[in-house]
Design a protein around this ligand. Structure first.
Ligand code: SF4
Length: 495
């Protein structure tokens, strides 16, 4: 629900405290007679603004006093002791994100159709969400209080959209004055206070690429290990992004960027011992090149930003293939698991899904007991990789799974990632769906409400199909294919 709230950074009007949304029966809070809708406004005399404050003020405390405002306006003080580390048994309202004061050239809000889900128009820029969920902030409108809070409450790491260390270029990209764009002082303060940072560059051809990118990566790497990593992700332009200053990312541009950054990565690995600068998966996919090996990504510091997801999926799938093999095809499974199609963009599945009938029928007959028959929908970008793996799975297990590359007609432009598919896009390929079920990418449904990006409710989408529709993320898909999954666990989120 918080995604729908609009709270400008400079005019945040909120009542103090944090609202309780749920109390575990029999837990400590229940014993204290706390209830949903109560607002905790102080802990041991210190003000609580949100869940993070509550967490900070209670950490390590065993003797506590809560000042609580009840829904009828009454204020009560509750004094109690708790065991060290004892859970309160409380759930709280979500944090209402503050919004940025930027006008980024490439802002995703400008790429939305007018009827897109309201949450897609929220320009959140919140250091709390950065700490909690890895959301990026530009730090350009962060207040002194927020800076203090990061340091005092150790809200580390922070995820920062740097885009360019050259001030003119950064200001141009953010659409703000150089004075506002200049975060060098803030970065220094955070780093001096041992706050770790992960940086991001949204790569815009002709603006912050080439020498600009090299400068940015070198400048950031100079602060390693406090700046832990940098993700370089390509700008994604929908058909609604008509700003003439922006250029679309082409396969050739991606190949040049890979070549350029590989040279720097080599240098960083030699001097720092880590890759440090990571290219988003999309860059490799668009270039038609294989994603790097597992070792390249270390502990996957930027996986939430789409950096290394394809590699983790391929590695996990390798295990699925090996585990799916029977005694008679175990050697073949090991071999298949190691084979990857080199140029995913020219793979036929990138455009046209192969017919299920083409699956090896003999193989199906050999393992009837385990066969699955259904369709997996994904974005055009990932379809080739997924299909390649699914074909191997079909061959080994006798399953009849069909992968469909769903064109994104809603956002259009060069949007080909799975996460931006909409209800309309799924319905557009309805006639191609075969089997007993259909799987859609989980991330296309809002995390706290069963609604898709174009505003279609998940239930409405489901009602249009005569077979079950499951929403699975890559981990869920791996579990599904490993037979560790059941439809009962695949509940759509309820409001
Ligand atoms: S920081 Fe830029 S891209 Fe992010 S929401 Fe604000 S204007 Fe949009």
């Amino acid at each position: 629900m918080y995604e729908f709230a609009v709270t400008p950074a400079v005019t945040q009007l909120r009542r103090p405290g944090v609202i309780i949304t749920d109390v575990t029966p029999g837990g400590l809070a229940d014993e204290l007679e706390l209830a949903p809708h109560d607002r905790i406004i102080k802990v041991n005399g210190r003000t609580v603004r949100d869940y993070l404050d509550f967490r900070f003020q209670t950490a390590g405390e065993t003797e506590l006093t809560f000042r609580v405002k009840k829904p009828d306006g009454e204020t009560v003080d509750i004094e109690f002791d708790r065991e060290e580390g004892e859970d309160f048994g409380l759930d709280f309202e979500q944090i209402v994100p503050r919004q940025c004061a930027n006008e980024c050239l490439f802002c995703f809000c400008k790429g939305n159709p007018a009827d897109a889900r309201p949450s897609l128009f929220v320009r959140d820029e919140d250091i709390r969400l950065s700490f909690l969920y890895g959301n990026y902030t530009t730090l350009s409108s962060i207040t002194d209080d927020e800076m203090k809070r990061i340091i005092e409450q150790r809200l580390s790491p922070q995820y920062v959209s740097v885009h360019a260390t050259d001030l003119k270029t950064r200001a141009y990209l953010l659409g703000v004055s150089e004075e506002r764009a200049d975060i060098s002082g803030k970065l220094k303060t955070l780093l001096d206070n041992d706050i770790e940072l992960h940086a991001q560059v949204v790569l815009c051809p002709g603006i912050n690429d080439g020498m600009q990118l090299e400068k940015t990566l070198r400048d950031l790497a100079a602060h390693y290990p406090k700046v832990v990593s940098t993700a370089v992700v390509p700008v994604a332009l929908t058909r609604y992004n008509t700003d003439e200053r922006l250029t679309r990312v082409t396969p050739e541009f991606c190949r040049d960027t890979i070549k350029q950054v590989e040279r720097l990565q080599k240098e960083f690995r030699k001097n720092l011992g880590v890759t440090f600068a990571f290219l988003g998966d999309e860059i490799y996919l668009k270039a038609g090149m294989e994603v790097p090996s597992r070792r390249h990504y270390g502990n996957y510091p930027q996986i939430e930003d789409g950096v290394g997801m394809v590699r983790t999926f391929m590695n996990a799938f390798e295990k699925v293939l090996k585990n799916s093999a029977t005694e008679s095809n175990r050697d073949e499974a090991v071999q298949l698991a190691r084979q990857f199609f080199k140029n995913v963009r020219t793979h036929p599945a990138a455009r046209v899904p192969a017919a299920v009938e083409a699956t090896d029928r003999q193989s199906i007959a050999s393992s009837r007991g385990r066969k699955l028959f259904g369709t997996i929908l994904t974005g055009e970008m990932f379809a080739a990789i997924l299909k390649e793996q699914i074909d191997k799975y079909n061959h080994l297990t006798g399953a009849r799974l069909n992968v469909i590359a769903v064109p994104n007609t809603y956002f259009g432009g060069d949007v080909a990632v799975a996460g931006l598919l909409t209800g309309q896009d799924y319905l557009g390929v309805k006639d191609e769906i075969k089997g007993d079920f259909v799987i859609i990418p989980k991330h296309t449904i809002k995390s706290d409400e069963p609604i898709l990006l174009d505003g279609m409710m998940f239930e409405e989408l489901r009602s249009k199909f005569s077979i079950p529709v499951y929403d699975l993320d890559l981990k869920g898909l791996i579990e599904f294919l490993s037979h560790n999954w059941s439809p009962e666990r695949n509940q759509a989120p309820v409001r």
